[in-house]
Design a protein around this ligand. Structure first.
Ligand code: SF4
Ligand code: SF4
Length: 353
């Protein structure tokens, strides 16, 4: 079953009391209304009154989100060139992956446009609230940028949040460059960027071979763990599709459970997977996670920094685990020897002091 964007916490927080969208959403969801109204009364992210507030540093994060809000209408890209440039899927795939890498992506994969990755309805903005999402492209290009380890390891402090918003900015720009390029060659395309997604990115990323989805509900890559931000462009350009990744993290997560132990909101399950909409998986309690963000003033990120794969695990150990999940213990042992519970960097970068 497809996810409805109206149920995502960011969409719920965008509802304003008295608007048609607010009335429509909560008319059948009294319990959610109670929780959401309560959270809405709390100080905003990076705002005065939150635990990490700093009058000089906090605005670096919110001003970046303001910029993203100002450019998100560009996601559909320019007018389509009506002269189609002929080319083979091999050539186009090479150019697209190369260009994404040139602009800073560290991983890039391509999958089809399975409608399961798409939201069923839009929910983020009042003017598109409730619109049915209809996939209209044939391929999804998914790319990732790396988030700086030193900054992520300051979680839940401000440098972590700055690394995350930088990831959103970088992926938005890469997606725009790919969209403009593809449309200039006469093929339709659309960027999916912060505040203007039609897709659930971790699902598309898994299908495109970038990694697997962990206990904490986000993507884990072999190379950078969860220390990545994702972006995607959907298109009708003929491209070669990648296989899903052979990296299966489920067994590792069963043994590890580190993110469930370190989550300050107890939003990550320490139990085994359960069946949700016909699929065995873990699901975080998004209300508790987001409530913690509003206390901290940042997007927390402790689960990202806690994940052993976010800490540069040697390739050999990852390959040993891929061959036999019993080898998970060696990775956990190495991680605990180095960090005990999780890496924690108390130091802000010099320029933020
Ligand atoms: S971001 Fe923080 S509060 Fe949210 S799930 Fe991760 S560790 Fe828990
Ligand atoms: S911290 Fe452990 S349990 Fe959580 S996602 Fe990473 S590997 Fe899985």
């Amino acid at each position: 079953m497809r996810i409805d964007e109206r149920d995502v916490m960011f969409s719920r927080m965008a509802r304003k009391e008295g608007t048609e969208a607010y009335k429509d959403y909560y008319k059948t969801r009294e319990e959610k209304q109670r929780i959401d109204d309560e959270i809405s009364m709390m100080p905003g992210l990076c705002a005065e009154g939150t635990a990490t507030y700093d009058p000089v540093n906090s605005p670096m994060i919110m001003s970046a989100f303001e910029f993203l809000g100002d450019i998100k209408h560009l996601a559909p890209g320019p007018d389509l060139n009506n002269r189609v440039c002929p080319g083979t899927p091999e050539t186009f795939t090479k150019r697209i992956k190369g260009l994404a890498g040139y602009y800073g992506s560290v991983l890039c994969g391509i999958t089809g446009c399975d409608e399961d990755y798409y939201y069923s309805h839009r929910g983020r903005d009042d003017d598109s609230y409730g619109e049915i999402v209809e996939p209209k492209h044939t391929s999804t290009i998914v790319f990732a940028v790396e988030m700086d380890k030193e900054a992520i390891d300051t979680a839940p402090q401000l440098p972590e949040a700055l690394a995350v918003v930088k990831g959103y900015v970088d992926t938005a720009i890469i997606g725009m460059m790919l969209t403009y390029y593809i449309k200039s060659l006469g093929y339709d395309a659309r960027n999916h960027m912060d505040g203007n997604y039609l897709l659930v990115l971790p699902l598309a990323a898994k299908a495109a071979g970038l990694g697997d989805i962990g206990r904490h509900g986000i993507l884990v890559t072999e190379q950078f763990g969860s220390r990545v931000r994702l972006g995607a462009v959907t298109t009708n350009m003929p491209l070669i599709v990648d296989e899903p990744s052979e990296f299966n993290i489920t067994e590792f997560c069963r043994i590890c459970g580190k993110c469930a132990k370190t989550c300050p909101a107890k939003a990550i399950s320490s139990e085994d997977q359960t069946e949700i909409n016909g699929v065995m998986r873990w699901q975080i309690i998004q209300e508790e996670c987001y409530r913690k963000w509003r206390v901290l003033g940042t997007d927390c990120g402790i689960c990202i920094s806690s994940c052993p794969f976010s800490s540069n695990i040697p390739e050999k150990l990852i390959n040993d685990y891929k061959k036999d999940s019993k080898n998970a213990g060696e990775i956990i042992r190495l991680h605990e020897q180095k960090y005990k519970i999780r890496p924690f960097n108390k130091e802000k970068p010099e320029w933020m002091k």
